[in-house]
Design a protein around this ligand. Structure first.
Ligand SMILES: Cc1cc2nc3c(=O)[nH]c(=O)nc-3n(C[C@H](O)[C@H](O)[C@H](O)COP(=O)(O)OP(=O)(O)OC[C@H]3O[C@@H](n4cnc5c(N)ncnc54)[C@H](O)[C@@H]3O)c2cc1C
Length: 453
């Protein structure tokens, strides 16, 4: 049997584009279908626009700090949301073009429309059916808003990037990194911001000291943090503002309710019922360690399999699939250990490896090295922001199990530390590494006394 394509990829996001480009580079005949936007979530409504908005929000602090260094700014700085959004949109359009070129120049056939699987070897796009030896589902995820009364008045992260104006008051709902980041964005840009989370403390899964430190810092920055709180209904008021009623009976007035309470796999009208593809207990596509679904000709990767929902992970999975199918001699499994991550709250979090809690739960006897200090840049300012750094070390092997930071540029700093952890660095190696002076990062190689010693 001959097929139209060796590989048909559904979804031109981080994972799909990576798999398609490299598969084509290895000589495969590849098609990609994309129904919305080239580059997927990350480029259009995720990492990239989010980071641009975080940069925008941080200027508020910088303007304030500038006076300590002798600068006088003419009057109160004024912010224009429309300018930021239109400049952001222009940059994203540029990136969409780059993604198009990447695909087309690698010889991939690009179909810019919705794709539906009609059987294990056929995909339908715009009424036309294409055959493929392998089908790769890389359709990503979609934000979810709980169906409480009035949920239609709330917005999700996709919509937040295209708001016509910056709301005066915002209620951000959720305890994950997207909620925390957007709270910092809205707050930094001047909105009166409340972050509401139903649990005890946000950022479950992050190191306990990091979570507590960020809680302090976000409070200091002016965000109203409401834990153990949940909205039961949202009502629109005559003037257009919103009223959120909480479980405990409190009523909060606001102009915008923004939900960041999780993402579901994007399976809408995908045609999986025409195949043997199975879902796991959480509703994501179930795959084995080589991204193979229950249907032999169909693979899946990225957010739609719900393992670790981050762009570099989807990229690594895309690379692994391309190699396994078309360059098996270069195949390497994806290593899910030591995935460095950042939360672009203000201040940032950077983290790699085990948290103290995970290390203890895994049976390690640990030594904790921790430092909490005012960053040098802020010493000439009235800012009360403090930086936290923490190392989790296995006492028996001396291996550094985890590095955690809250502070400016934490995401940048943790990337290098991830290389060290992946290489199996011990605390002794950290101690023997010379610092870069004067930086905040050098603290990671100068912490000598364990907590409690
Ligand atoms: C607000 C936000 C901030 C984020 N920030 C970060 C960050 O800072 N760092 C980080 O690493 N990750 C971040 N992420 C996560 C990151 O964006 C995702 O992990 C990544 O995009 C997943 O890639 P993917 O290829 O699995 O799916 P996606 O990038 O979502 O791509 C899937 C594509 O498939 C298309 N599609 C879906 N169904 C069909 C169909 N039937 N036919 C044709 N096309 C279809 C979609 O339109 C989409 O373009 C963020 C996510 C969000 C929402």
């Amino acid at each position: 049997m001959t097929y139209d394509f060796d590989l048909f990829v559904i979804g031109a996001g981080s994972g799909g584009v990576r798999a398609a480009r490299f598969a084509a580079g290895f000589g495969a005949r590849v098609a990609v279908a994309e129904s919305r936007y080239l580059g997927g979530t990350c480029v259009n409504v995720g990492c990239v626009p989010k980071k641009l908005l975080v940069y925008g929000a941080h200027f508020a602090d910088e303007f304030e700090q500038a006076s300590g260094f002798g600068w006088t700014l003419g009057g109160k700085p004024d912010f224009d949301w429309a300018t930021l959004i239109s400049n952001k949109n222009r940059e994203i359009q540029r990136l969409n073009g780059i993604y198009r070129n990447l695909l087309v120049n690698s010889g991939v056939t690009l179909l810019e429309s919705h794709a539906k699987v009609v059987d294990p070897h056929h995909v339908e796009v715009d009424g036309k059916t294409y055959s493929a030896e392998h089908i790769l589902i890389a359709t990503g995820g979609w934000p979810q808003i709980p169906e409480i009364p009035g949920h239609e008045h709330a917005i999700n992260s996709n919509q937040a990037f295209f708001l016509k104006e910056l709301p005066k008051r915002v209620l951000v709902v959720g305890g994950g990194y997207i909620a925390v980041e957007f709270a910092s964005i809205f707050n930094g840009l001047g909105a009166d911001t409340t972050l509401l989370y139903r649990g005890e403390l946000f950022l479950r899964g992050f190191d306990g000291a990091v979570r507590k430190h960020l809680k302090e810092e976000l409070s200091k920055s002016g965000i109203n943090l409401q834990f153990n709180a949940d909205i039961v209904r949202i009502d629109k008021q005559a003037g257009g503002s919103l009223q959120a009623t909480l479980k405990d009976g409190r009523v909060l007035d606001t102009d915008c309710v923004f939900y960041a309470t999780g993402r579901r796999p994007m399976l809408d009208n995908l045609g999986l019922e025409n195949t043997k593809v199975a879902l796991d207990e959480r509703g994501f596509i179930a795959v084995d360690d080589q991204f193979q679904t229950a249907e032999p000709s169909i693979l899946a990767l990225g957010d739609v399999i719900g393992r670790v929902q981050l762009t570099p992970v989807a990229l690594a999975e895309g690379m692994a699939v391309a190699r396994r199918l078309f360059k098996p001699e270069q195949y390497r499994p994806v290593d899910y250990q030591h995935i460095p991550t950042a939360v672009f709250s203000l201040p940032n979090i950077g983290t790699v490896g085990l948290t103290e809690e995970q290390a203890r739960d895994a049976g390690h006897k640990v030594a904790i090295f921790q430092s909490d200090f005012k960053p040098m840049k802020l010493t000439l300012t009235s800012s009360q922001e403090r930086t936290l750094m923490k190392l989790v070390v296995d006492v028996d092997s001396d291996k550094v199990l985890g590095c955690h930071m809250v502070g400016p540029d934490a995401g940048e700093i943790v990337q290098g530390l991830a290389v060290a952890l992946k290489a199996g660095a011990t605390k002794r190696i950290f101690d023997d590494t010379l610092g870069v002076h004067p930086t905040a990062a050098e603290e990671f190689v100068t912490m000598r006394t364990p907590v409690g010693a």
